[in-house]
Structure formats: C-alpha cells, structure tokens
Write a protein that binds this ligand. Structure first.
Ligand SMILES: Nc1nc2c(ncn2[C@@H]2O[C@H](COP(=O)(O)OP(=O)(O)OP(=O)(O)O)[C@@H](O)[C@H]2O)c(=O)[nH]1
Length: 314
C-alpha cells in the first residue's frame, strides 16, 4: 500500500541500530577505514574524503551522526560544520569532531559551532565506540519522541500539531512553486448519535477505522490526512487544483461509506458517512492559509446543510 511522504515521517517502525548511518569525513583513507572498521558492527558507516562531498552526502542521506576531521584540504571541518548547521535540512544532524588538533581552543571552537563532542586523535577505539553508540542511542530516542509528538494517540494518524506545521510548510512551498494547494475538511456525520447508540468505545473504534481507511486511500506522495480534533479530520493536498481535490474528496467519502460501519441513527445513511468541504487556492504573497481553511470550512458546513454524506467543492 502506497503511503505518503508526510505519512512515512510518522511511521512507527522502530529504528534499528544497524540501519543508522554514520558519515565519516576525513581526507586520510586509512583514518576513514579504521573508524569504519571500529563501528561497523553496530551501524552503517559511509565515508567522504572531503568537505564538499560530506555536505552532499549529509543532504542526501541525512545520516544519524557525522564524525568529522577538522584539518582537510578545501573546506575544513569547521566550515563544513557551519554550513550544515546553517541549512534547515541538516542542522539537526549531530556532529562529533575527531581531530589531531589537541589545543583546547579548537575543541572550544568546535563545540561552539554546534558539535556535540570532540574526540582527540589518537583515540582509544573503545572510547570512540562508546561515544558513537551513546549518540546513536540518543538519536533513536529523539526520533521516536518526534514521531510520537506528531501522531494522534487514538487513530494513529497525524495529529493537529503536525497538521498545522505541515499546512504552513506546504503553503510556503506551493507559494514558491506557484502550484495550487488543496485542503479537505472532513467531519463524521451524526457522530453524537453514533456514540449515543453504540457507546463511546465503539465510537473510538469507528474513528480509528475511518482514519486508517482514509490514510490508506491517499496514494500520492505528499498528501496527508490528520485528525483535526474530535470527529473532524483534514487532508492536505499539495499540487492539487479544485477539480483534483474534489476527486480525492469523493474517493475518501466512498472509502468511509465502504467500511459499512452500521449507524442506524444517522439521517444520512444506514452506515457511518462523512461530509467533506473541499477547496484549493494558489497561495499568494499577500494572503495566508487561513483563506484556504475558511473556504474548506464553509463548504463543509454546506455539505452538512445539504444532507451530509457528500463532498461540496464550490
Ligand atoms: N467516541 C468518541 N467520540 C468523539 C470523540 N471526539 C468527539 N466525539 C464526539 O463526536 C460528537 C460530535 O457531535 P456534534 O459536533 O454534535 O456533531 P454530529 O453529531 O457529528 O453531527 P453533524 O456533524 O451535524 O453530522 C460529540 O458527541 C463528541 O463527543 C472521540 O475521540 N471519541
């Protein structure tokens, strides 16, 4: 089943130690080989022989840790560190300097540039291993916490916090690309009566099923469905004009209907259904994404008023 990029960032697959990549940056091939041999039994070492290559690899691979020499021809380790910390795509990658420069002033400069640690050459291999292991463990814990903070506890899809961050980010991205941004506001129909009829525990289960089904229905990379609050969901659709957003709205509406969760008290259908307000705009310099959310909200309201179990797109 295809999952979106945004949804993949929420994946709870545990990060295995061996999958963690450590980028070793050193102009001396023997140094790179020695460090790689020391750590390869608990992570995946990748090497770069100069600063320029290190920057490229860091951007492309997003390693879990960088072990970096300082004294190198071309860009030195401090400059590479500075560039990594100035780039939002790489600023969070932990860096440990591994250097033959033993003067405290260098260590101080490295740490002030944002490096986590400084190991002096020649080093004790066991100390190097222990420090790398500790950093990788911290990195795994940090990623796990990050994922947990973006996920809704009941439905296991993106939560409101992640939705807000993503909407902001996608708005800015589409503005730059001059592409339309689509948004669906989705509300489960007559959910109060569902709870009254079947109880809150069954209500919770229904919300979970609906959320998961909607997430599975989104096939395009970059699309995101999130729990907006209570029995409301929202879906961000980058590069999507109004008619394409409507098609996706129709697919989600049908997908929930096809779950065939009994709802004898609903005025809209014998099964649980959703109403969807659908909108798409071309983000402009002069306005904010509130215009998009307001439009989708109004149309959700129209869908409710028109009898529920439908998508309203204009
Ligand atoms: N079981 C369960 N119920 C929830 C949850 N969050 C919100 N609800 C319920 O969803 C219901 C929403 O009710 P209303 O806002 O009146 O809307 P509605 O009954 O769905 O009616 P329409 O939106 O007009 O179709 C409330 O009874 C909430 O208690 C949840 O996490 N679990």
């Amino acid at each position: 089943m295809a999952r979106s990029n945004l949804a993949n960032r929420l994946s709870d697959t545990p990060i295995a130690m061996h999958q963690q990549k450590v980028l070793i940056v050193d102009d001396q091939v023997l140094n790179r080989a020695f460090v790689a041999a020391e750590i390869e039994d608990f992570c995946t070492p990748v090497s770069a022989e100069n600063g320029a290559k290190a920057l490229k690899l860091a951007n492309r691979l997003k390693p879990d840790l960088i072990l970096m020499d300082i004294n190198m021809p071309g860009l030195d380790g401090f400059e590479v560190c500075h560039q990594l910390k100035s780039n939002p795509h790489t600023e969070d990658i932990p860096i440990i300097f591994v250097s033959g420069m033993t003067d405290t002033a260098f260590e101080k400069e490295g740490l002030e540039l944002g490096a986590l640690d400084y190991i002096r050459k020649p080093f004790d291999p066991d100390i190097l291993k222990a420090r790398v292991r500790n950093q990788l463990q911290l990195q795994r814990q940090r990623r796990t916490l990050e994922k947990m903070s973006n996920r809704d506890g009941l439905t296991d899809i993106a939560n409101r916090r992640y939705f807000d961050l993503s909407l902001h980010r996608e708005w800015e991205r589409m503005k730059e690309l001059r592409h339309p941004l689509g948004l669906l506001m989705i509300d489960v129909d007559a959910f109060k009566s569902f709870n009254d009829e079947y109880g809150h525990v069954t209500g919770d289960r229904a919300l979970k099923l609906i959320a998961q089904r909607m997430e599975q229905t989104l096939k395009r990379s970059g699309d995101l469905v999130a729990r907006y609050g209570g029995e409301e969901f929202a879906c961000i659709l980058p590069h999507t004009d109004n008619s394409s957003a409507r098609v996706i709205g129709d697919q989600l509406c049908a997908a929930v209907r096809d779950l065939r969760i009994r709802h004898s008290a609903s005025p809209a259908s014998p099964y649980v259904t959703v109403s969807i307000g659908c909108a798409s705009v071309l983000p402009k310099e002069t306005d904010s994404f509130k215009r998009l959310t307001a439009l989708a909200d109004q149309r959700l309201y129209s869908a409710k008023k028109a009898g529920r179990n439908r998508v309203v797109h204009c």
